[in-house]
Ligand binder design. Structure first.
Ligand code: SF4
Length: 336
């Protein structure tokens, strides 16, 4: 079910705008749904009251938590089973953040990512995205939602836009606390600027070299790193939110002095921050993680040369996390 289909069904059942808002708010906050109809002064038409149990049962059946993997850093990786048996990951992050998935699998095929291994299996519907938020809110508060889980949100724009609109309105997430993370797709930049809820933007850069970027992100739109940063800069100036440039540090691939010089040239004076995340080692992926000392040295050098850089350990690493790894592991468990 997509959110516009849900709204249509509610309207057909007699819901007015205020009923619709109340139902969507309760759902996205995972609050007991009956309480909304019993508030003094709240009138729900009898046709709506009759239709609601079936609609609510359908919403509740969209997704369920299949497994929870707690991390020592306070993160929790949730393996979420969808109604058709497919699974996606959501990650509860420290400080009330939630990372959601927008696709089952992914067509971009980044060389260092497990999610892209099987290609795209299917889109995650807008209601399934909100269901991930509602499930997470049953465990703890969620005040920030980042689209950095499985999938490329720009390849599922209609569903992701619907979900972002709901999150930024009745879902009570501040617009700059919604983060759309993409490898860089011109269609996405245009659409995002037209929305009433305009999220912050994270752009996967990973290298300053066009040829290497093509090899690392083989099916990303063919933008050069300069074109990605130019598009990011326009979005940042239009929204007032700095761009989060993402960089997965791979030993002997993109952790050299040439890349440091390239970053300084590319990002000096730009309205953004560089997030560097050392690669999470995965069986079957032929990349290595640079030493922590080398990562710190890179971040320190960039700082000294005027680039705002944050070095992060990706949340959930101690539970063998990383893009798509939980799902891969569950699949293994199922077949053995
Ligand atoms: Fe897709 Fe993101 Fe994995 Fe790349 S890193 S394959 S865009 S899920």
């Amino acid at each position: 079910m997509r959110i516009h289909e849900l709204k249509q069904r509610l309207r057909e059942a007699g819901a007015g705008p205020s009923h619709e808002q109340r139902i969507l708010r309760l759902w996205s906050h995972a609050l007991p749904r009956n309480s909304g109809r019993r508030l003094p002064g709240t009138f729900f038409p009898s046709s709506l009251l009759e239709a609601l149990p079936a609609i609510e049962a359908e919403l509740a059946g969209l997704a369920r938590i299949h497994a929870v993997h707690p991390g020592a850093d306070g993160s929790e990786r949730l393996l979420v089973a969808l109604a058709d048996g497919q699974t996606v990951e959501s990650v509860l992050l420290p400080r009330d953040g939630l990372c959601v998935s927008s696709q089952v699998g992914c067509a971009v095929g980044c060389q260092f990512c497990m999610t892209g291994r099987d290609g795209l299996l299917r889109q995650v519907g807008s209601a399934e995205i909100i269901a991930q938020v509602a499930l997470a809110r049953m465990r703890r508060p969620v005040r920030k939602v980042v689209f950095m889980g499985m999938g490329e949100p720009a390849h599922n724009l209609d569903n992701v836009m619907e979900a972002i609109d709901l999150l930024g309105t009745v879902g009570n997430i501040g617009h700059k606390n919604i983060v759309f993370s993409t490898v860089g797709d011109p269609r996405a930049f245009e659409r995002l600027l037209q929305q009433r809820v305009r999220p912050a933007l994270a752009l996967s850069l990973h290298t300053t070299k066009a040829e290497l970027r093509k090899r690392l992100l083989p099916r990303a739109p063919g933008l050069t790193p300069e074109e990605v940063v130019d598009a990011g800069e326009r979005y940042a100036r239009a929204t007032g939110y700095p761009i989060q440039y993402q960089w997965t540090l791979l030993e002997a691939v993109n952790d050299g002095q040439d890349e440091i010089d390239g970053i300084v040239k590319l990002l000096s004076g730009k309205y953004g921050v560089l997030n560097m995340i050392p690669f999470n080692a995965v069986d079957g992926v032929a990349f290595s993680r640079p030493s922590w000392e080398r990562c710190e040295e890179i971040a320190r050098t960039l700082h000294q040369r005027g680039i705002l850089t944050k070095l992060r350990n990706s949340a959930g690493q101690d539970v063998d996390g990383g893009c798509g790894q939980l799902r891969a592991r569950a699949a293994e468990v199922r077949v053995t």
